[in-house]
Structures are given as structure tokens and as C-alpha cells.
Design a protein around this ligand. Structure first.
Ligand SMILES: CC(C)(COP(=O)(O)OP(=O)(O)OC[C@H]1O[C@@H](n2cnc3c(N)ncnc32)[C@H](O)[C@@H]1OP(=O)(O)O)[C@@H](O)C(=O)NCCC(=O)NCCS
Length: 154
């Protein structure tokens, strides 16, 4: 069974291992520790009984949130975990009066772009050469929660 819950300080070493395995410029272990300590950040982990499978988080200032991390273990990808984590972030934002959610993504990251667009995010800009290793543009996406309604099954 997979559950999603808030990230705790004891999750940090495992989260950092996943981060290092997926990104060429990973966040540091200290950065992850900081997000569990500061109210500015809201991070969730998806886990089964034995280990953390993925995580996602955002910084929140007033009525705006910025999704800074979304990651799922390589061998657990394409099982719906990334989408479940995005839905939890959106539900948290909605419940806490956040109106706009932003995120940035590498222009070549087709899996993440497909996930974000299918969760209602729309591209609003592009930052030239924003990323390194390899150098690449960032696409800026936003979701306006006051306008967006979660699709319902009939
Ligand atoms: C992006 C990422 C978080 C998606 O997580 P995931 O658990 O594999 O995604 P899900 O199984 O929930 O898939 C949700 C949707 O994302 C898209 N998607 C996911 N993997 C995809 C792939 N390999 N190719 C194309 N689309 C893909 C699809 O639209 C999918 O919906 P569908 O299964 O109904 O077609 C995961 O691929 C990942 O961790 N990548 C490496 C880290 C990263 O790039 N993070 C984003 C930084 S901005």
C-alpha cells in the first residue's frame, strides 16, 4: 500500500539518495533538512511499508506557491506516484487559500511536462539557459486555482 504524508526530518537521507540518483545538479542534504524545519516549505513523501518511493514539495508565500521538487524513484516511475503527489500539492494549496501555483521544468523533460499539462498547468514563459549540466532553457508553468476545477468522472 502506498501512502502520502508530510516529509519528516528522518526521511531526509533517503530523499537525498533519490534526488542524487535523478538530477545532475541535486539539492543538498542540508536543503532538504531545511524544508522540514521551515514553515515556508510544504513537502510530501510517497512511501510503501519499506521505503520512500517519491517526494514533492513547494515553497509558499502568501497566496502563491512555487513547486520546487517532484521526483519518483526510477524503478517506480509510470505507476501514478508523480500524479498522486501533484494532486496532494494542489489539494494542500486549495485548502490553504493559495491562488496561483508556479513551477519550472527543463524544456526537454517530456514526462514532467506531460504530467504538469495534464494536471492543468499552462506554460506562461521561458527562461533562456536557466539550467546547467546540460545548459538548457526552463519553461515556466502556472496553475490558477481560482479558475481551475478538478475534472470529475461521470
Ligand atoms: C516526472 C516524474 C515525477 C513523473 O512521475 P511518475 O510517477 O513516473 O508519473 P505518473 O506515473 O504519475 O504519470 C503521470 C503522467 O505523467 C506523464 N508521464 C510520466 N512518465 C512519462 C514518460 N516516460 N513519457 C511520457 N509521459 C510520461 C504521463 O502524462 C502520465 O500520465 P499517463 O500515465 O496517464 O499517461 C518522474 O518521471 C521523475 O521523477 N522524473 C525524474 C525527475 C524529474 O524530472 N522531476 C521533474 C522535475 S521538474
Amino acid at each position: 500500500m502506498i501512502t502520502i504524508r508530510r516529509m519528516r526530518p528522518e526521511d531526509v537521507p533517503e530523499v537525498y539518495e533519490i534526488e542524487k540518483s535523478l538530477f545532475s545538479v541535486p539539492w543538498s542534504e542540508a536543503s532538504f533538512r531545511e524544508v522540514t524545519e521551515k514553515d515556508l516549505y510544504v513537502f510530501f513523501v510517497a512511501s510503501d511499508l519499506t521505503r520512500i518511493l517519491g517526494f514533492a514539495g513547494m515553497s509558499v508565500v502568501d497566496k502563491e506557491a512555487d513547486i520546487t521538487n517532484v521526483a519518483v524513484r526510477k524503478e517506480e516511475q509510470r505507476n501514478g506516484i508523480g500524479r498522486a503527489l501533484m494532486k496532494v500539492l494542489k489539494a494542500y494549496a486549495r485548502d490553504h487559500g493559495i491562488e496561483t501555483v508556479f513551477l519550472e521544468v527543463r524544456a526537454s523533460n517530456d514526462p514532467a511536462i506531460a504530467l504538469y499539462e495534464s494536471e492543468g498547468f499552462r506554460q506562461v514563459g521561458q527562461r533562456k539557459d536557466y539550467y546547467e549540466f546540460p545548459r538548457e532553457d526552463a519553461l515556466i508553468y502556472t496553475l490558477n486555482l481560482s479558475e481551475y476545477e478538478e475534472p470529475h468522472c461521470s
